[in-house]
Design a protein. Structure first.
Length: 221
């Protein structure tokens, strides 16, 4: 019985993790750990307006602080760009900006996931275009220098690739799964008085935490 309850719990937690999706926030601050690490890194050089630029060309690789440490705010994203084509605001102008043709690969998306971008042009008078691979939207053109939110859906399981022109600013990026997980785990304020709830070891329990009741894993708060 213990094995059955443990298996149910692990499966439910896996579904819950999928439901959380993935998100990236490129809006740093002067005292942010990433910002300070970039300023001290030989892989980045100070540019204008409080922004730092990548010094090395990269091919389908993560942005790095040093040879072994990925930048935390972009971890899990894979970039292809020539040197000096990616800007990161560290002491002002807090965003990630493309300064030339840049591709960004988001690995292992699921069919039906939503891709949500917080985005703008670097210019109030010019707009720039992103094209997508494995997204329902073939492209998106920025709408001025004010931040806007753009959303599209991933039609098939696999990687999503953004091909970006120069002058695009990213503030946030998020992949949200739309899979229905309601049968995997439920969150309740109190367990039903008439239901018998078991802890993960198969023991009858009326305390808070993860329980199994009526064949479902629930979180009693």
């Amino acid at each position: 019985m213990k094995k059955i309850f443990t298996t149910l719990f692990v499966a439910a937690m896996a579904f819950a993790s999928m439901a959380e999706g993935r998100s990236w926030n490129f809006v740093l601050s002067a005292d942010n750990a990433d910002s300070q690490a970039i300023q001290a890194s030989s892989l980045w050089t100070e540019g204008s307006k409080g922004r730092w630029t990548n010094t090395n060309a990269i091919t389908d690789a993560q942005l790095m602080i040093d040879e072994t440490t990925p930048l935390a705010c972009t971890a899990g994203l894979y970039f292809t760009a020539d040197a000096s084509k990616i800007l990161m605001g560290c002491t002002n102008n807090y965003y990630l900006q493309t300064n030339g043709n840049v591709t960004i690969r988001i690995p292992e998306c699921a069919a039906g996931d939503s891709l949500i971008l917080g985005i703008s042009s670097s210019s109030s008078s010019k707009n720039y275009t992103i094209t997508f691979t494995n997204a329902e939207a073939e492209s998106y053109t920025t709408e001025g220098s004010s931040k806007t939110t753009f959303q599209t859906v991933v039609p098939a399981a696999g990687d999503v690739i953004l091909t970006c022109a120069s002058g695009i600013r990213f503030f946030t990026m998020e992949v949200v799964t739309t899979e229905d997980t309601t049968t995997a785990i439920e969150e309740v304020e109190n367990a039903p008085k008439s239901a018998v709830a078991y802890d993960l070891f198969g023991r009858v329990s009326d305390s808070k935490g993860f329980k199994v009741a009526n064949g479902k894993v629930i979180l009693v708060k």
